[in-house]
Design a protein around this ligand. Structure first.
Ligand code: PEP
Ligand code: MG
Length: 318
């Protein structure tokens, strides 16, 4: 199966009957971009930019960031880059950005909330992404957004840069979206969808926060299953709200490369799956195994069960 999947890795992601689902790669470093392309990735669906901030003793300067992001843009040769702005705090500490001691760091200053405490750092990163994205499709996404207020605060910085930089200096094919990884943002997807350009569902955190199970918990994390019907309902609400406004939706958490979950996500209407580079050929092969109608039936079946294990049993018995 692996050999067959590898052979067809450059075919566009699609179900057996030709329904398109883009398959992109999650990257933790821009140096891995060429490898992702070689694995058949149709773009980068999640660039975790923390690597760049962790590799320096202080927040990296504008030029350093431009050079890094440009490396990914060039290796992608016209394919889209979905870059996430800095997502530290919680499970991702940053030495030079002292965080208050918190009882519950996962419920504390992290993601966009933390970034907005130092807007100049966020603005520098946005500027670097915009400059590096010249001539290429650039999608910027904000982590851990819970409502439109956080989105608007970041968008104000983005809009100011779009005004200040000339179209020659920056990306022109650019979208600004949010990650859906907090239940509030899925519940409020209809209001977010009118303002954002796209959603990318981070099922790792969305599952953690929906089920109240620490994603790294030594005992409980096995129960943190993204196929839990509560999580699936939030995904359904997100996709429906986005499509009602003509916006696209990706999934960039672990669930996107789960062979049992792939038909469910496609059946719920997800437009893009972003997975680790080595999973790209396998996810494309998985898509070729079913038709869109099968996927819709799988989604309906999944939504009809009350626990994650019942969902898995029902899907695996099909
Ligand atoms: C997620 O939460 O699903 C996600 C993709 O982001 P990260 O794993 O980097 O928190
Ligand atoms: Mg996350």
């Amino acid at each position: 199966r692996r050999a067959e999947a590898w052979e067809h890795r450059f075919a566009p992601g699609a179900t057996r009957d030709g329904h398109r689902v883009e398959v992109a790669a999650n990257l933790g470093a821009t140096a891995d971009t060429a490898d992702a392309v070689e694995n058949g990735a149709e773009g980068v669906g999640l660039l975790r930019t923390e690597f760049l901030f962790m590799a320096h003793a202080s927040a990296p300067a504008l030029d350093t960031q431009v050079a890094e992001y440009r490396h990914a843009v060039e290796a992608l040769a016209g394919r889209p880059l979905v870059a996430r702005t800095l997502d530290v705090g919680g499970d991702k500490p940053l030495p030079y950005w002292p965080l208050p001691a918190e009882e519950n760091p996962f419920l504390g200053l992290r993601g966009i909330r933390l970034a907005l405490t130092q807007p100049e750092v966020l603005a520098t990163q946005l500027e670097a992404l915009l400059r590096a994205g010249r001539g290429a499709p650039l999608r910027i996404m904000l982590p851990m957004v819970k409502d439109v207020a956080e989105f608007r605060a970041a968008k104000a910085l983005f809009d100011a840069l779009m005004q200040r930089l000339t179209p020659e200096e920056r990306a022109t094919d650019v979208e600004l979206g949010v990650m859906i990884e907090v239940p509030a943002s899925a519940l409020l997807a209809p209001s977010l969808a009118t303002e954002v350009d796209f959603f990318s569902i981070g099922t790792n955190d969305l599952t953690q926060y929906t089920l109240a199970i620490d994603r790294g918990h030594p005992v409980l994390s096995a129960q943190a299953d993204g196929l839990h019907p509560a999580v699936l309902r939030l995904i359904q609400m997100t996709v429906d709200a986005a499509h009602a406004q003509g916006k696209w939706v990706g999934v960039c958490g672990e669930l996107a490369s789960d062979a049992t979950a792939v038909p469910v996500l496609v059946g719920l209407g997800v437009d893009e799956l972003s997975v680790s580079a080595r999973q790209v050929p396998l996810v494309k092969a998985r898509l070729r195994e079913f038709d869109l109608a099968d996927a819709k039936a799988a989604a309906e079946l999944a939504l009809g069960h009350a626990t994650a294990s019942d969902v898995r049993d029902a899907l695996e018995a099909r």
